[in-house]
Write a protein that binds this ligand. Sequence first.
Ligand code: ARG
Length: 270
Amino acid sequence: MKKNLLKIAALSLAAIMSIGVLSSCGEEQQSDDNNTSADASPSATEKLVMGTNAAFEPFEFTTTNGLVGEFDGIDVAIALEIAKSMNKELVIEDMEFDGLLASVQTGKVDMAVAGMTIKPERLESVDFSIPYYTASQVIVVGADNTDITCAEDLKSDKKVGVVLGYTGDSIVTDTLMIDESNITRANRGIDVVQDVKNGKLDAVVIDSYTGRALAEKNGLKVVEDPEVFETEEYAIAVKKGNTELLESINKVLNELISSGKIEEFAQQYN
Ligand code: ARG
């Protein structure tokens, strides 16, 4: 319901925007394949640039008619609320997950909203908002797999896929210390999940919500191991010392959490 309302709002704003573009002919219209924006308010002029990696359903993914251009998901809905509250236009830059922290650090983007887990090593390069969601890792295996029932089982010469730079990558590499020759690193979850489907890999370690979504779509199953895979917290990353933006973000997140809005978004996209 809410999603439709937001979509209608975004569409009518897009219509208003395109009239503006038509009447100011001669002016060059900026277009960039990876860059989509939606006005958070008709008078918005300043941009709020969100960096993400839109291959992480249900948090961010691309679709024909997304909330902001082709982009949709829980994080997009949250970022839209933040932009709205700041009276700014939300612009989304889609990139590889591995490049997000550097983009925040150099100011290429204002914030990374990407289901990003708060981690001590990341806190060295960026500042994080308050957490807005909790998740953990899961193991995605073939539907009739019986020999992987916990994380420890991955160590017995199993071919394991992860996404480069995700939490799952560091767990498989540093915590479980799986032999490098048995690890496959891809840029998107779907790439390694496909390999489980076609038998090239035994398992994929990935975030719980995305893992469940991918498993469901591909006829695979999910194995949990809460003892090894601890709870992680997702938060928004901003450039170190950008307290002004961080405060605006935290204010909106607090409101969205206490009003139950984030849970509502999650229901919509699950
Ligand atoms: N939570 C994991 C991490 O921070 C994975 C996040 C992936 N996000 C994405 N938008 N692709 O490492």
